[in-house]
Design a protein around this ligand. Structure first.
Ligand SMILES: Nc1nc2c(ncn2[C@@H]2O[C@H](COP(=O)(O)OP(=O)(O)OP(=O)(O)O)[C@@H](O)[C@H]2O)c(=O)[nH]1
Ligand SMILES: [K+]
Ligand SMILES: [Mg+2]
Length: 487
């Protein structure tokens, strides 16, 4: 199901991009005062469909389509009969909402029509809106773009909204909501304020350095403000990969000796038979990768070939690929057959792979599978094993415990979006924070005050680019093209 979902999302994103380029040539440019309209809920048959308008002709559009023709009270739902303004043909009985600007999503006058979701009703209302003077169909992301232009959303909030629309797991949704709340933007603004203060101190020193009226230690004050900021930026950047993992999924690799039940575990966690399971050792050869929701976190789960030596060239290549994949893992699930721990392949795996990964402080969960085959007294007391979890892929006993452990590990890998500082979810954020930190590095190294002031200006510019203050059209295009029409 996940693969289909991902394909759909990718297709939708490509589709909206196409729409964006094909319409942008002919349609009036933004700011021309046009009123836009679009279906804002999903395409296809559904219970309720939401059609939105934004722009100065919104009230006119509402009046032309509804009876009675007076505007309903602001921001509360009213039941109205919708009919075609030209033919008078009834279209639907619908809930309408009137949002006079600036208290609306875009900041402009907006109207929402909550109509019955049949395709005929939706296309009828869209056609009727298209016939109202001053109205035209919206381009991809245009509602959000208007909200941004009118200062309703900062750039990081726009990105949060895009992520919220595409969020597929609980953790992604929570992260997107926090970003939409503007937490990252607020943090950047407070950093920018600190920089402005430091810059003011340096500039004051440049202008009045010799002046007795200037209080002592202004430069030292600027220095200590910059030092504090560098520490904060550095801590944030070290956190950055986590936010990105939360957006795109952590790499979780399943490994172990042949026949331990790796593919069985992958099928259990992805809740479908993606990988071939058989009693024959050496069944899995290639790396198989499946996007899954693991305990609320997005993950890319890899099934790999059982690790063993002295086999044919094809399986040997599989083993090479498995080892390579281990090197890219954010988290490793090491699987062993609990009823076969004394076998050479199990011992070898524990002594080499598990010990080595442990020494590299690689995140790893040791899973002893096939617990259903153990005698009633469980594992023998003589075994000296690292911390582990017991599981049976057959009976599912131990699955809850494994999911709980996965949740803890993934929260550490991806960052828990409900606590801690706001995460950096995009490479763009990382780029600007790093740029800011580099510029501050130049500040601390130079003895020339004019260069120091310039370094502070560069640092501040990076922060304002991050929230869209100095946003170039290019950045806006990149972000907005991922929106669909109606958003
Ligand atoms: N009794 C029992 N059998 C299991 C369990 N999990 C897997 N098996 C069986 O163990 C055998 C191997 O399972 P696979 O999932 O193919 O193991 P694998 O580690 O992917 O094997 P390779 O790809 O060959 O390395 C199959 O016959 C499974 O049915 C379990 O929890 N209990
Ligand atoms: K097998
Ligand atoms: Mg397998």
């Amino acid at each position: 199901m996940w693969r289909e979902l991902w394909t759909l999302v990718a297709r939708a994103a490509r589709g909206s991009r196409r729409l964006c380029t094909s319409q942008s040539s002919g349609a009036p440019a933004f700011g021309s005062g046009a009123t836009i309209f679009a279906l804002s809920s999903g395409q296809g048959r559904c219970g309720i469909a939401v059609i939105r308008t934004s722009g100065p002709a919104s009230s006119q559009a509402l009046r032309s389509l509804t009876a009675p023709r007076d505007l309903p009270p602001a921001r509360s739902a009213s039941l109205r009969l919708l009919s075609d303004p030209h033919t008078g043909e009834p279209l639907d009985r619908a809930l309408v909402l009137w949002f006079p600007g600036p208290q609306s999503f875009t900041g402009e006058d907006c109207v929402e029509f909550h109509v019955h979701g049949g395709p005929a009703v939706v296309s009828g209302v869209l056609q009727a809106l298209g016939s109202v003077p001053g109205l035209r169909p919206a381009e991809a992301g245009e509602f959000t773009r208007r909200a941004f232009a009118l200062g309703k959303l900062s750039l990081t909030e726009v990105e949060g909204l895009a992520d919220l629309i595409h969020a597929e797991t609980e953790a992604q949704r929570r992260q997107a909501l926090r970003q939409l709340d503007g937490e990252l933007g607020q943090l950047c603004r407070s950093w920018a304020e600190t920089l402005t203060k430091a810059l003011a101190h340096v500039e004051a020193y440049i202008d009045f350095g010799e002046d007795d009226n200037l209080e002592d230690g202004v430069l030292e004050q600027a220095d200590s403000e910059v030092q504090g900021l560098m520490v904060a930026l550095d801590a944030h950047l070290r956190d950055a990969r986590r936010g990105q993992r939360l957006r795109s999924g952590a790499h979780v690799v399943v490994t172990g000796p042949p026949n331990a039940g790796k593919s069985s575990l992958v099928n259990l966690l992805s809740q479908k038979p993606v990988s071939i399971v058989s009693p024959e050792p050496g069944t899995t050869r290639d790396v198989l990768e499946i996007p899954v929701d693991l305990a609320g976190f997005p993950a890319l789960l890899s099934d790999t070939a059982g690790l063993r030596e002295g086999v044919g060239p094809v399986e040997q290549e599989g083993v090479r690929r498995a080892r390579e994949r281990l090197g890219q893992a954010d988290l490793i699930l090491a699987v062993l057959d609990a009823s076969d721990l004394a076998s050479p392949s199990s011992c070898n795996f524990l002594d080499t792979v598990v010990a080595l990964l442990g020494a590299q402080s690689q995140r790893l969960l040791l899973v002893l599978n096939k617990s259903d085959l153990l005698p009633p007294e469980g594992l023998g007391p003589s075994l000296d094993l690292p911390p582990h979890l017991l599981l049976s892929c057959l009976t599912r006993e131990g699955l809850d415990g494994l999911l709980e452990a996965l949740k803890k590990e993934l929260a550490a890998v991806c960052g828990d979006p409900s606590t801690g500082p706001p995460l950096l979810t995009r490479a763009r954020h990382r780029h600007h924070l790093q740029g800011c930190l580099d510029a501050l590095g130049h500040y601390t190294q130079t003895r020339d005050l004019a260069l120091a002031a310039e370094a502070l200006r560069v640092a501040r510019r990076h922060l304002s680019h991050l929230t869209g203050g100095g946003g170039t059209e290019e950045v806006l295009d990149i972000i907005f093209r991922d929106f669909c029409v109606g958003k």
